[in-house]
Design a protein around this ligand. Sequence first.
Ligand code: BEZ
Length: 257
Amino acid sequence: MTKAPGWNANLYSERHSFVWKLAEDLLQLLAPQKGERILDIGCGTGQLTAQIAAAGAIVTGFDSSQDMIRTAREKNPNLRFELGDAREIHLAESFDAVFSNATLHWIREPARVVTRIWRVLEPGGRFVAEFGGKGNLDTLISAFQRSFAALGLPGAEEANTWYFPSVGEYAGLLESQGFEVCQAALFDRPTPLEDGERGLENWVHMFAPVFLNRIPSENQAALLRELERRSRPSLFRDGQWILDYRRLRVLARKLRA
Ligand code: BEZ
């Protein structure tokens, strides 16, 4: 499994709120109903979990980060949150829907995750997810690679451990598990970062520390400046960094036997 960064829940909530603020459409696609049991995989600090609950669903937030789960419980004391790995979901009950936003690109073993989602769903249940798809962050990743090379640093290729599948690849995975894929789309979603000039550096510390951790600490500032210099022509506009996110969005159903 790709190891997601050791998440800092406060920083995540304060500086990276776009992660859930941009998920309105996905919630509409989920269309949670009163009384439905819904599992929210990669719930983070629980903002979307709370919105699902507000629709009257009985929701369980699920995340592999202790810090995220602790904060989610503090912010939403009436909701249920469970710590766990999406490749090994061991929950006693089953669900009418599984939801996941901006999480599945962290896990390099997607087939294991899809199998677990299948097992926790009721027959006829739906899986609604959005995450980084093929081409996600291509401009930024290329700038990372060119910055490493320019500074004579090794390790940029190995640091890129995200999983950004195509529609065909992911739909095929779902179908081979037995899902019916009702919708699958890949689309650009340019994503503005908060905090002006400092936005990219903040983002790297939050979401891509693996690139920094591979190099000696005395080179990290130089790498960040080189990354900014190379990314700026494409990704900085009007005082704001805007990253080249591409989303893969799916709606699939577990066929009844
Ligand atoms: C994404 O949401 O696409 C993403 C976020 C952080 C790192 C990689 C991908």
